[in-house]
Design a protein around this ligand. Structure first.
Ligand SMILES: NC(=O)c1ccc[n+]([C@@H]2O[C@H](COP(=O)([O-])OP(=O)(O)OC[C@H]3O[C@@H](n4cnc5c(N)ncnc54)[C@H](O)[C@@H]3O)[C@@H](O)[C@H]2O)c1
Length: 346
């Protein structure tokens, strides 16, 4: 198979590229390495992942922008069998500061890639990395109960694809990602392309350069191991379902190899892989044996969902998939990786 991975230097993209390279497929990774610039991050970030991919002879790396037709066309060449579109501006707080750039990357960039695929290889499978943020504050209509270390849903296991995405606040990030989401669906409906929208909750894994504004799971581990302070926005009882990145890539692959024409899936660790911030802090301290240097508390961030747990029954049934890596196992892998690479974080 020949596969284009956009955002190939990112967390999801680099793991996707590695997965297919190891299977012996021909991979093209497209990335303009803008993550470091976007976040004004002066330490090594996507460059690490970009260089990591160089070890695979069957990954061709192309520096280019998903918003540039010529760059995407160059990456597609005579056509590919699948496109996994992970390139994006993934930061919620950043989207509030730079809404136009956020839109151009997440919304226009996605439309541009879809259109290039339609022109070049309309039979290719197309995977879009959407997000739980497209449901916005509607998630907060679900009744909650407060327990000692977390909020819990009163009578629900998780959020299904049926929840309304309308008539609520989303943040610019939620809005731009939803634009990409709806266009991906449209290219399935209107042009008959094989498309999947994966509405992802919290994805984490090795080679995740998390920091305070994006990638909190990795950030907490990095901060713990390198003695940096963390801030909790809100009371720390907010809950997320965590999905280890390798499990996510497996679901993409199952879709690509399925007979499904086009669909939308909520995906995350599901009800068995949840944690609150407070619980996660405790787990990190227990696994590393190191106390966080300082934990500061600040007020809630706009549109921060108190509990988001994916209902993964649709994706599990459609693709015969379930998460294989527990939060504890995934955290151990992350701790090992950060520990071995902590020179990048100090
Ligand atoms: N990580 C999560 O928890 C999560 C959850 C839900 C959705 N998502 C979505 O999944 C996707 C991947 O997330 P990630 O965590 O791997 O993010 P990431 O920042 O690690 O990777 C994104 C990559 O896209 C690249 N990129 C950005 N703009 C580009 C452009 N214009 N042209 C080419 N490349 C560009 C960046 O340089 C980076 O390498 C994003 O679209 C994000 O919105 C992520």
């Amino acid at each position: 198979m020949k596969i284009l991975v956009t955002g190939g230097a990112g967390l999801v993209g680099s793991h996707t590229a590695e997965y297919y390279a190891k299977k012996g497929d021909e991979v093209i990774a497209l990335d303009n390495l803008m993550r470091s610039n976007l976040f004004g991050y002066n330490k090594e970030s996507v460059e690490f992942n970009w260089n990591y991919l160089a070890q695979f002879d069957n990954i061709k790396r192309i520096k280019g922008d998903v918003r540039e037709e010529s760059d995407v066309m160059k990456a597609l060449g005579n056509g590919v069998d699948a496109v996994i579109h992970t390139a994006g501006q993934p930061g919620v707080p950043l989207s509030m500061k730079i809404p136009k750039e956020d839109f151009s990357i997440n919304a226009y960039g996605t439309l541009n890639v879809l259109e290039c695929v339609r022109k070049t290889c309309p039979k290719a499978a197309f995977v879009y990395c959407s997000t739980n943020k497209i449901y916005g504050e509607n998630v907060d209509q679900i009744s909650l109960e407060e327990e000692e270390t977390r909020y819990v849903y009163k009578s629900k296991k998780g959020v299904s694809e049926e929840l309304s995405v309308d008539l609520t606040g989303h943040t610019p990030y939620g809005a731009s990602k939803y634009t990409g989401d709806i266009y991906t669906q449209e290219y399935g409906h209107m042009y008959g392309m094989k498309t999947a929208v994966f509405r992802m909750s919290c994805i984490y894994g090795t080679r995740q350069f998390g920091f305070e504004d994006q990638g909190w799971v990795a950030w907490f581990v990095i901060a713990n191991l390198t003695g940096q302070d963390i801030i909790i926005y809100g009371d720390g009882k907010q809950v997320r379902d965590l999905l280890y990145v390798d499990d996510l890539v497996e679901a993409y692959d199952k879709f690509i190899n399925s007979d499904i024409k086009h669909d939308v899936f909520n995906i995350g660790g599901g009800p068995r892989n949840t944690t609150s911030l407070l619980e996660f802090i405790g787990l990190v301290e227990q696994k590393t044996g190191i106390k966080f240097r300082k934990i500061e508390h600040k007020s809630w961030r706009p549109s921060d969902q108190k509990v988001y747990i994916s209902d993964i029954s649709k994706v599990s049934k459609a693709l015969g998939w379930k998460p294989g890596i527990t939060v504890e196992k995934g955290l151990e892998k992350l701790i090992e990786w950060v520990g071995a690479n902590n020179k990048f974080f100090i």
